[in-house]
Design a protein around this ligand. Structure first.
Ligand code: NAP
Length: 248
């Protein structure tokens, strides 16, 4: 069976590292992105260097019509998805909840929560045995914020990630009999552009100082756990939420 991965938000950061690692493991890869076509194109080239098929697919996962097109494009160009990594996510601007702007709240939930659920729905239509599929694997990306709560800056983000963890628990039970495993990674601070984008470029340096392992994560640290969860080595693992945080 050909392994075919859709990785949302794969043009940069954790998603990009995961796309390359999936390609190195022999997966054909659909590199989803929101707007950065150039970055997505470079990741596609990196994937193809492993002698697999790879495509870039622009889709705003907050838009269910875009998500339907993303999966249809993958069907047409690569085949039915066997691995979905729900990675695309935003933090929104830092603020106390009293100052939280409606647009930040809406965008954070629309991408992190609604987008992940839209993608799960499309993936299950293709993976579920009762729909003619052969099973598959879904991996959701949460954050240690879901447990820490992120007071004074990102409660809206932290709560959206808690929703992703509950999605993992419920969906793993619902679709286990369909041959689909659903797992989640609760990532610690990782060295990506998300911190500068959300107005907090010094966050990695600050977290490196308090992490028991003395550093923040690199995208490859998270990608390795994602691809382990996707592999047959994790065949008995579903509904798991694995903390990959350097001990934070
Ligand atoms: P990042 O470097 O900011 O990259 C974000 C990626 O998501 C980009 O590829 C971006 O595409 C894409 N994206 C953003 N909005 C999208 C949308 N509406 N539709 C489709 N794609 C969209 O982020 P990251 O740090 O790698 O984070 C990846 C995931 O890990 C997120 O869910 C985040 O919450 C989670 N996480 C990150 C950390 C951390 O410290 N970095 C810690 C815990 C959890 P474009 O390039 O086109 O903009």
């Amino acid at each position: 069976m050909t392994n075919i991965a859709i990785i949302t938000g794969a043009s940069r950061g954790i998603g990009a590292a995961t796309a390359k690692l999936a390609a190195s493991a022999g997966y054909d890869v659909c590199v989803n992105y929101a707007s950065n076509a150039k970055a997505a194109g470079l990741i596609v080239d990196d994937c193809k260097a492993f002698d697999v098929r790879a495509i870039a697919s622009k889709a705003d996962i907050a838009n269910p019509d875009d998500v339907a097109k993303l999966f249809a494009e993958c069907d047409a160009q690569l085949g039915k998805v066997t691995l979905l990594v729900n990675n695309a996510g935003i933090v929104g601007n830092a603020s106390k909840l009293i100052d939280l702007r409606n647009e930040d709240l809406h965008a954070t939930y629309a991408i992190n929560v609604f987008g992940s659920i839209y993608c799960c729905r499309e993936a299950i239509k293709r993976m579920a045995r009762s729909e003619g599929g052969n099973g598959g694997s879904i991996i959701n990306i949460s954050s240690i914020a879901a447990k820490l709560g992120s007071p004074n800056e990102y409660i809206h983000y932290a709560s959206s990630k808690a929703a992703i963890e509950t999605l993992t628990i419920g969906l793993s039970k619902e679709v286990g009999p369909e041959g689909i495993r659903v797992n989640c990674i609760r990532a610690g601070t990782v060295n990506t552009e998300i911190h500068a984008t959300s107005g907090n470029p010094d966050r990695p340096k600050m977290y490196a100082g308090i992490a028991p392992l003395g550093r923040v994560g690199e995208p490859a640290d998270i990608a390795e756990t994602i691809m382990w969860l996707a592999s047959d080595k994790a065949a008995f693992t579903t509904g798991a939420i694995i903390r990959v945080s350097g001990g934070v």
